[in-house]
Design a protein around this ligand. Structure first.
Ligand SMILES: N[C@@H](CCC(=O)N[C@@H](CS)C(=O)NCC(=O)O)C(=O)O
Length: 349
């Protein structure tokens, strides 16, 4: 073969390759913008929440949402858009929540959702940061006369499908060699009706959900008791898609920002007075000394906006689930690390 024909073939294959490359590009879906671009374009964050769990995410009669999970939706809207009110809430059942996140219907899932290895590794989603160290337990009517979950042999247990409570139920009863019958109901309102009307003896869920349900839906909350055993750790987190690392970082560091603020003594009421602080950590966090906002592709005032709108972690806790709310929860594991809890924000630098 002559040099010329080798060159001609070589040129031809380059043409074929580049044509293939171009058609491959043409066939690929248009590169979707980042989550932050999408939020900015629509002027609103779309946040997946529960269908109604007091203290975590619950709408009032006017459709106004509140709760700890809701405050983290608001915090993210403040971080990205500078306005905590720019949120559309999408109520989701346990089974609907991950498909809604995977499909892009929501930007973030803030819905009392436990971090487990299977979800993190298997669903194309990431738990960005823990916002609530909870534990799963059992609630029973006082009149059953039960003081320990070990006395629940033969019980009928109400449980929602698509939760990890279901697995914990199997694990706990088999470990303790007890029998049970599960009553599986997807709709939360129906499930709670079944429990409070006596169709099941036991309601298994996160302790926060049980406390919320008892305060909001039991005829007389004092007629029900949450048993002392916790069947599993239940760290609750905001979830995002694996594919957008900038958005994962923003969600993660928004949680860290409210924790760091509590440690630094910054609150929604006094954040303005910290703008003249000499403390380099405070100056970086609040964007007085610029850099951090830019690294997240956010306004330098992102954390200031978050704190001004929703406050620090302690304020979020007290407002939604703390001792002065119907849930009456103590901080426990959700106290700062230097106050005996697990909340610990890495450095902002
Ligand atoms: N944290 C557990 C349970 C979460 C969960 O979905 N709990 C139910 C109550 S058992 C709930 O909050 N449902 C609210 C709803 O369906 O809107 C999980 O992530 O699987």
């Amino acid at each position: 073969m002559s040099v010329r024909s080798v060159l001609a073939r070589w040129r031809q294959s380059l043409l074929v390759l580049s044509a293939l490359g171009l058609s491959a590009l043409a066939a690929a879906p248009a590169q979707a913008g980042t989550t932050v671009d999408t939020i900015r374009k629509r002027g609103q964050l779309v946040c997946g929440v529960s269908q109604g769990s007091a203290g975590l995410s619950l709408a009032d009669g006017q459709g106004r949402w509140s709760g700890l999970d809701v405050d983290f939706c608001r915090a993210l809207a403040a971080a990205v858009l500078g306005n905590a009110d720019k949120v559309r809430y999408v109520p989701l059942s346990s089974q609907q929540r991950f498909p809604a996140l995977q499909s892009g219907e929501i930007d973030v899932l803030n819905r009392n959702t436990t971090v487990t290895s299977g979800r993190d590794a298997g669903l194309g989603v990431t738990a960005a940061a823990i916002v609530f160290y909870d534990g799963q337990g059992f609630m029973v009517p006082k009149k059953l006369g039960v003081s320990s979950a070990r006395q629940l042999d033969g019980a009928q247990v109400c449980v929602q499908p698509g939760t990890n409570n279901e697995q914990n139920l199997v694990d706990w009863f088999s470990t303790h060699k007890l029998k049970y019958r599960s009553v599986v109901i997807e709709n939360l309102v129906e499930l709670e009706k079944a429990f409070y009307s006596g169709r099941c003896d036991v309601y298994l869920s996160d302790a926060s959900t049980l406390a919320a349900s008892r305060s909001a839906r039991a005829g007389n909350p004092d007629d029900y008791v949450i048993l002392p055993e916790r069947v599993n750790k239940s760290p609750l987190a905001p979830w995002v898609r694996d594919s957008d690392t900038n958005w994962i970082d923003i969600v993660r560091w928004t949680v860290h920002a409210v924790v760091a603020a509590e440690e630094l003594g910054i609150s929604s009421a006094n954040v303005d007075s910290f703008l003249t602080s000499k403390d380099p950590q405070v100056r970086r966090l609040l964007g007085v000394d610029p850099g951090i906002g830019k690294s997240f592709q956010l306004d330098e005032r992102w954390a200031y906006n978050v704190l001004k709108a929703v406050g620090n972690y302690g304020e979020i806790w007290d407002r939604n689930v703390g001792p002065k709310t119907p849930l009456k929860l103590e901080r426990g594991l959700n106290a700062l690390w230097n106050k005996g809890g697990l909340l610990y924000a890495p450095p902002f630098q």
